[in-house]
Design a protein around this ligand. Structure first.
Ligand SMILES: *Cc1c(COP(=O)(O)O)cnc(C)c1O
Length: 413
């Protein structure tokens, strides 16, 4: 990293950033919503478009001097449209949550009803949870997963939709490890006259590479973050049918936001270019392969995998099957340099702050170049910790192994 000026002006902050970089390099990042951006994306982030006010859209800005900014934003938009076969794209949402807020307000009036997955079965806070704007400002009907299979039950979702007649049906999740049948969701939405919305924040990098069904061409609106499997900067985008373009753009600005972060949009343009390359297809394929191997190996070591496996980049492990809890497992793994998050499992008998599960994902380790054999080794190490979360000796031993493994997969020089 070229941080000479920062080092001189603010040595304290410089030191913290170097420490964080070392933490990222010396640990194994298995949080499924995280990734490691390329050096090119990092460089674009730290550039002068951050100085610019550009409220509005290309050709219709509220400030002068946006001629070049327009070109940057259009580059990002056009690449994103190509990547997902989208009719219209807005790259200004500051992150996934504001993207969802804008999309919901583009289609619904306050008090109108939408249907989405419950948070504790894999949905997101912005999908109608009561502590979130989405649960406060709209009427929400929640669906869950089947208690036996832990899979989406499309017939049950259809029955609920027919009974409740929501104005919008939302699919796409935060902690659902299996493939989503977006075509079925579109049919269910059509059968009750609801808009079909998908939130592909987690799986966007799989949807644009053929590793998961891409809902963009036939859904009314699709939101995504750009920093998860898509491997871009922290940010978001909304894609929609042409007929909703104006409503979406107005919902982002002026309804919800002011000036867009054009340095982030520049970095998004870089990430979208990277995602259009054949190498990114290979990457996405390896992400899914790695997750499958990690799940299979953990299962063969006696861990219960929610829904019995994964079709995506993530998996949920019910760690109570080994006598520990989500919180205890997360903390013990963290001490060994393995990062994941505690997570509820469907119909969890425990509470959200100390649930029964942990959530693991392979986007970041795959970016570092790890493959199946490393997943087998990681499953062994994770299982050692899950079985011995209180043992300082085991944690120290695993930590040394992790450090050694990470040395073989350097990323930022
Ligand atoms: C991560 C995520 C979001 C929110 O993204 P933020 O950038 O954290 O606001 C929204 N929806 C889903 C499904 C997500 O996984």
């Amino acid at each position: 990293m070229h941080l000479e000026a920062l080092k001189e002006v603010d040595p304290k902050l410089y030191s913290l950033i170097i420490q964080e970089k070392e933490r990222q390099m010396q640990g194994v990042e298995l949080i499924p919503s995280e990734n490691l951006v390329s050096q090119a994306v990092l460089e674009a982030l730290a550039t002068v478009p951050t100085n610019k006010y550009s409220e509005g859209y290309a050709g219709k800005r509220y400030y002068g001097g946006n001629e070049i900014i327009d070109k940057i934003e259009l580059l990002a938009i056009n690449r994103l449209k190509k990547l997902f076969e989208a009719e219209h794209a807005n790259v200004q949402p500051l992150s996934g949550s504001p993207a969802n807020m804008a999309a919901l307000f583009a289609f619904l009036k306050p008090g109108e009803k939408f249907m989405a997955m419950r948070l504790d079965m894999g949905g997101h806070l912005t999908h109608g949870h009561k502590v979130n704007f989405s649960g406060v400002l709209f009427k929400v009907v929640h669906y869950g997963v089947d208690p036996k299979t832990e899979l989406l039950d499309y017939d049950a979702i259809e029955r609920l939709a027919k009974k409740e007649k929501p104005s919008l049906l939302l699919s796409g999740y935060t902690a659902y490890p299996r493939a989503i049948d977006f075509k079925r969701f579109r049919e269910i939405a059509d059968s009750v006259g609801a808009y079909a919305m998908a939130d592909i924040a987690h799986i966007a990098g799989l949807c644009c590479t053929g590793m998961h069904e891409n809902p963009v061409p036939y859904f009314d609106v699709v939101t995504t973050t750009t920093h998860k499997t898509l491997r871009g900067p922290r940010g978001a985008a909304i894609m929609c049918k042409k007929e909703f373009a104006e409503a979406i753009d107005k919902a982002v600005f002026p309804f919800l936001q002011g000036g867009p972060h054009e340095n982030v949009i520049a970095a998004q343009a870089v990430a979208f270019k990277e995602a259009l390359q054949p190498s990114f297809k290979r990457y996405a394929k390896q992400v899914v392969k790695n997750a499958r191997v990690l799940a299979e190996e953990l299962a063969s070591l006696g861990n219960r995998i929610v829904s019995n496996g994964t079709d995506t980049h993530l998996l949920l492990v019910d760690v109570t099957s080994k006598g520990t809890t989500g919180l205890e497992a997360e903390k013990a793994l963290e001490k060994a340099g393995i990062y994941c998050n505690k997570n509820t499992i469907p119909y969890d008998k425990r509470k959200p702050w100390d649930p029964s599960g942990i959530r693991l994902g392979t986007p970041a380790v795959t970016t570092r170049g790890m493959k199946e054999s490393e997943m087998v080794f990681l499953a062994y190490l994770i299982n050692r910790i899950i079985e011995n979360p209180k043992s300082k000796a085991v944690i120290e031993k695993v930590k040394a192994e992790i450090k050694e493994l990470c040395k073989q997969f350097p990323f930022y020089e």
